[in-house]
Design a protein around this ligand. Structure first.
Ligand code: AMP
Length: 566
């Protein structure tokens, strides 16, 4: 079966997927479509995100669903709201020409009353998160008596998020005659246990197995001690210009810390993790999809709901424990026929963990040296030309008479000047920085104990590292300041490049802190405007007003963000 037209799917479905541009079934679809259409057994499918899972189960089910019945026939359970909305949207697209078919998504973090109202439309298909489905069962808003198919999507993720009890309840509340399809990226012990208890003699299929998936992804790893990790990350980002990437971290706190570090250093980055509210997560994902930010720092769970196909890099800021998670993360890049790069940043003591990942996954991961300032500038020059040659249209009009006489320069001289102009900040930053590859040895020795001489050398290097960190802080924060207990210092995301002037900052502070009732004004201390961002000081008691108001204001159309500086 190489084309959808060779399947027995109905013309309404073929028309809808044809409009979506689907011509050939993906590997998993080739296996599941004929199986679901003709077999009554349960199914376990090992498949990762991005393999075409949703169509794999929903197309054959849509083909068999009873359009004349107004009872729920298909229930799809998935771990997150984002995935829930995505699956419901896909199914609605596939059933576009099946006029009587209705699909409703039910998930937490949104009004249950609204969802109960939409259930009054009597959908035949429900896509839901386990917690919300249980809430709706308890309110007697769902009738599962006619369920024919139950799909557990990303079963491993639902279990690791703690939905075990909910899943078991739902599995036992639905009719025994139903057919259950379990999709999972990994076959954890918990997934095995659930399948043993609730699936009957399931047929098993597996696609995208570890060994065959990743031929178009280049894997490399870099070693950096704990203290140098963020600086090493900065270098890896700077040496890969024009990247559109996800940086994976292990914990919510680490995710936020890394994202804050990048934002404070002027990168278009943001964090995605479970401590953010749903609205915040939606905003971040939207910004990333629209490429308003090009670096997303995320936990594994939060990144699951994100369907982006054009990532250039995946960076493992922390290695996962499970080798399959490593493969899954890396597989977010190198999609849609493009090449991808997967970069692991490991601490010296993690080399055993990396070895285990290499041996289980059989992926070749080679060590590379953390780029020096010189490497970075070289890469950036390449990046400037790459972006330049990608511009094929004019974004604005201007008169050639505005261009001064350039006849005194050769084209190389002009290119030099433009590059100096473009890369000045970066070049100045790296000018006196030590090579991290050199420091790495000291931290390695340090971590392993090493000889006394080595330890002394490590100590000296550490001092140097700390001094340069202090230097960097001074550079970012400007001259050392007088300590004033009543004032608080803020980092502000706008700078000279946004045409920000001191008067503007005064105006912004006054607007953000003006207290209508008391007419009291915040005392304002130092204001320091740097190229990409700024710092200012205000009276401590106005901190709350400033933080809550500034994020709702705009300067020359740009969003403002302030946070307390170190
Ligand atoms: P999924 O694994 O269901 O999240 O699907 C991954 C992406 O592949 C989605 O953007 C789908 O719209 C797309 N897709 C699924 N099946 C096909 C197909 N047969 N041909 C082209 N694109 C597909």
């Amino acid at each position: 079966m190489n084309l959808f037209t060779e399947t027995n799917l109905s013309p309404d479905i073929l028309k809808a997927i044809g409009e979506l541009g689907y011509e050939s079934p993906t590997e998993i679809q080739k296996q599941t479509i004929p199986f679901i259409l003709s077999d009554i057994r349960d199914l376990i499918a090992l498949a990762q995100t991005g393999t075409g899972k949703t169509a794999a189960f929903s197309l054959p089910i849509l083909d068999m669903i009873d359009e004349t019945s107004r009872k729920i026939q298909l229930l799809v359970l998935c771990p997150t709201r984002e995935l829930c909305l995505q699956i419901a949207k896909d199914i609605k697209n596939y059933s576009k020409y099946m006029k009587d078919i209705k699909t409703t998504a039910v998930y937490g973090g949104s009004s249950i009353m609204d969802q109960m109202r939409s259930l009054k439309d009597k959908p035949q298909i429900i896509v839901g998160t386990p917690g919300r489905v249980i809430d709706l069962i308890n309110r007697k808003a769902l009738d599962f008596s006619a369920i024919h198919w139950l799909v557990l999507d990303e079963a491993d993720e639902m279990l690791s998020m703690g939905f075990k009890d909910e899943l078991e309840t739902i599995l036992s509340e639905t009719p025994e005659t139903k057919q259950t399809f379990l999709f999972s990226a990994t076959m954890s012990k918990e997934v095995e246990r659930i399948s043993k208890n609730y699936l009957t003699k399931p047929h098993r299929i597996s696609v995208g197995s570890i060994n065959e998936v990743k031929k178009n992804i280049k894997h490399e790893y870099y070693v950096a001690g704990y203290r140098q990790k963020k600086e090493a990350l900065k270098r890896l980002i700077d040496s890969n210009p024009n990247q559109y990437s996800i940086i994976f971290c292990r914990t919510r706190m680490e995710t936020q810390e890394v994202a804050d570090f990048l934002m404070q250093n002027g990168y278009a980055a943001d964090a995605l993790h479970g401590d953010l509210s749903q609205a915040q997560r939606d905003t971040v994902m939207k910004k990333f999809r629209l490429k308003n930010i090009d670096i997303l720092v995320a936990t594994d769970v939060a990144a699951r709901g994100l369907d982006v196909n054009s990532l250039t890099h995946v960076i493992h800021y922390s290695l996962p424990d499970d080798p399959e998670v490593f493969v899954h993360r890396s597989g977010r890049t190198g999609r849609a026929g493009k090449d991808g790069i997967s970069i692991s940043l490991i601490k010296p003591e993690e080399s055993r963990k990396l070895k285990q990942i290499k041996s289980v996954t059989k992926i070749e991961i080679n060590e590379a040296k953390i780029p020096t300032g010189e490497d970075i500038i070289k890469a950036q020059v390449g990046g400037v030309f790459e972006s330049l040659f990608e511009i094929h249209e004019d974004f604005f009009e201007f008169d050639d008479s505005l261009i001064p006489d350039l006849s005194a320069f050769t084209k190389e001289e002009l290119a030099h000047k433009l590059l100096q102009f473009q890369l000045k900040d970066l070049a100045l930053y790296y000018k006196d920085r030590h090579d991290l590859a050199e420091q790495k040895m000291s931290s390695r020795d340090d971590d392993r104990g090493g000889s006394r001489r080595d330890r002394e050398r490590g100590g000296r290097d550490r001092d140097r590292g700390e001094r340069s960190e202090r230097g960097e802080r001074r550079e970012r924060g400007g001259k050392p300041r007088r300590k004033n207990e009543d004032m608080v210092r803020f980092f502000f995301n706008l700078g000279k490049k946004d045409q920000l002037k001191k008067l503007d900052v005064l105006d912004i502070i006054n607007k953000a802190t003006s207290n209508g009732k008391t007419k009291k004004r915040a005392e304002i201390g130092d204001i320091e405007i740097l190229e990409k961002f700024s710092f200012f000081e205000i009276e401590k008691s106005f901190k709350g007003d400033l933080l809550s108001n500034i994020s709702t204001m705009k300067f020359r159309g740009k969003e403002m963000r302030a946070e307390e500086a170190n």
